[in-house]
Design a protein around this ligand. Sequence first.
Ligand code: FAD
Length: 413
Amino acid sequence: MRIAVVGGGAAGMTAAYLLDKAHDITVFEKEPILGGNIRTLNKNVHCDSLDSRITLDNGVVEFQRDYFPNFHKLMHKLQVPLEDTPISSELFLPDGHYYKSTGAIRYGCTTKQERIFESFKLASTLIPYLYFLAKMTFASPDSLRHRPVSDYLGNSISGRWLKMLLMYAYSMPYKKIDDFPAEIAIPLLAHSGMHTKWERIVGGVYSYIEMILMQFSGSIHCNANITRVNRDSAGVQIKLANGEQHHFDKIIFATTPDQVLALLTDPSENEIKRFKDWKLNEIDTVIHTDTSIYKHFGVTYFSEFDVFQNDDKGNCGYNAYLDRLCGLDTEDDINYCLSYNMEQRIDPEKILNRQHHRSPSYNVEAIRYRQEILHTNGANNTYHAGAYLFEGLHEGAITSGFAVAELLGGLQW
Ligand SMILES: Cc1cc2nc3c(=O)[nH]c(=O)nc-3n(C[C@H](O)[C@H](O)[C@H](O)COP(=O)(O)OP(=O)(O)OC[C@H]3O[C@@H](n4cnc5c(N)ncnc54)[C@H](O)[C@@H]3O)c2cc1C
């Protein structure tokens, strides 16, 4: 069969790879590069200001070791090396106070007194956190459905901290996290405790897309400007802005979900219902070397999940210490960081790279019909893949690629 994959991010490239042996695959990617939110400097992203021997991720960067089974299957199959990465977090408040997670206390406190002092501070945040844990433990998956995060997390220190970690995980503005769907957020928070192990891809995240490309025999069109997709009894027609028209037997939408109705000329009522509430979330991330943002707090240890409340109006951002996350030599004087919404605090001269990201804007209404999308995958020769159909992270993107490949008789193991 001739199959079009629209979108060359993690989900689209996984589906393309798995279907390549059995079918004739064509990938259409709107951007000049493949990878979607995977942006590895010195791999799919060119960066003159960075030593060419270093790879840094300015997008997707880390993976849970024990909760990403399909991600691991794919990495194993592609023989992509993974390495454990220590993870800790600190919360910085506008009034100059800060809190360290148990990991940051363990790795970042240099004296016994400091460890005791920071542990007491952390303990003072524990009551609302324990209440949240108890509530979560007794919550059934059904009870989380159609409910926003604000039903579970309030404005206590631990509530804000957890909501800022969700801001980090889904790259969504903090102000939108109260409306984030609990059925996605709560399971993630439930298995993201102090014992959760995290991993990175040695050589940068894009390495696995490179491995896919080495084996891929289909065609890839980057900078593809699709103007319309219509379906009839003969299959699927894709029209491009340059006038080209391509015919396929099946189409896989592996774009952000807002694109489905934007591209289809003939959506059914059910497709309109399932996709109409999906909007685009657009953010910028920057890689910089300005650690002076910590000076104001008197902190010299930088964590992988550092979150900052910049003011009292819900303006929050994050700063992730990339040297550890990307496995660099930390003896070096330069400290690389990946940040979002921290630019008011960062010296512009110290910004090495900026990336614009488009991802799904998650809310209770948007995800209402996800199960229907999965159950009807393939109707009218149309399939859907994307992290948004599962837990919104890399595991979800890869799982969705597996699911589509299984329906279309692709590679299995
Ligand atoms: C900044 C950031 C950091 C993240 N970090 C992590 C992380 O560390 N770990 C983790 O597990 N998850 C992370 N995520 C979540 C991440 O979104 C998923 O892990 C995963 O990469 C999403 O893959 P996807 O294929 O579903 O979507 P995308 O990566 O968004 O891919 C969709 C692709 O479709 C293309 N496209 C869109 N419209 C069209 C069109 N009209 N025509 C053709 N092509 C089109 C896009 O250009 C893109 O390439 C992060 C997300 C963001 C935004």
